[in-house]
Design a protein around this ligand. Sequence first.
Ligand SMILES: *Cc1c(COP(=O)(O)O)cnc(C)c1O
Length: 406
Amino acid sequence: MIKINENYLKLPGSYLFSTIAKKVNEYGAAHPDKKIIRLGIGDVTRPLPKAVIEAMHKAVDEMADAATFRGYGPEQGYDFLRNAIAENDYKARGVDISPEEIFVSDGAKSDCGNIGDIFGVDNVVAVCDPVYPVYVDTNAMAGRAGDYDPKTETWTNLVYMPCLEENGFMPQLPERTPDIIYLCFPNNPSGAAIGYEELRKWVEYARANGAVILYDAAYEAYITENLPHSIFEIEGAKECAIEFRSFSKNAGFTGTRCGFTLIPKELEVNGVSVASLWNRRHTTKFNGVPYIVQRGAEAVYSPEGKAQVRELVDFYMNNARVIREGLAQAGFSVSGGVNSPYVWMKVPEGMTSWDFFDELLDRANVVGTPGSGFGPSGEGYFRLTGFGSAEATIEAIERIKNVFGK
Ligand SMILES: *Cc1c(COP(=O)(O)O)cnc(C)c1O
């Protein structure tokens, strides 16, 4: 008789964003006169850059003509896009990557989740705490996480690397040696970014322990300081790392869907090329990103596209600055918001993340995301994002200053 994948039964319900929506709806219904401002949003709000739109329109026209129509493309992505990525994201930073090492996909979320297919179930997985939930839940689905303990809100087989204030919200090398290490910089949710020295430490650790680092660089476009944009800027990383990138947060592709994964040809596990395994998986289970979307992604690398993407990123980063500076003026302890659209604030003494959520909604009519929703070490923290409109962001921060300012 048919059996289900029982690992799915172990997953706790994901209540974070549904609980937030429910609380906000209830508050809105009870106080119809209040204007609620949402700064909890993890999605971009500005339209696609003009260069992207023009490239996509042109591609649509090509699809309308038998002479230029395209059906199935290469599963790994068209050469025009893989070449543009290799040139602009890597060679321009001194990283020698060949287009064959780049696998274009429908986004970093899929790839971060699917990459586990090519690794054994008995690998020990390490994640940051707090963390982007995709890494945790997909490993639980694969049977790699053990059992969920509702008391500690952790999985029995995962190695958690707490990212605490005393360490600048950076993970520390774990006591139990993992085989797979997820790192995300600049980080969602904390907004923390990693420097060259610190990242070198992780690369050396992975190489010394025969581990692989899964590096999520979805927010690299938000880096403003002198920090690595790619893990492959670190010597030796090609032997121990895979990198995930996305057009979602830089160019506004959250609804358009395009990203890529870079697996260097040097990366081998027990003499097996990891890229060849991923190629086998990708070509079997995925049939390519739409031609129209890949032409849009290519335009991100044109001179106009680059300028327009910079404008978008600057827009969100200005919001993040307004949030960070305003909260600091109101007496809060804040981090992030410098190399990331996310601002991570400490909630007032004696409150939980959810207490603060309720208080902020009730007194300032502002919505954010409780840090505890990203893992136990997020308790006592709160995430606000720069993805809102400029006017709403300014108004929200004025309200917070009025309510909480000293
Ligand atoms: C938004 C985000 C992504 C990007 O996901 P896409 O599927 O490419 O839209 C990846 N990782 C993190 C941590 C994110 O916050």
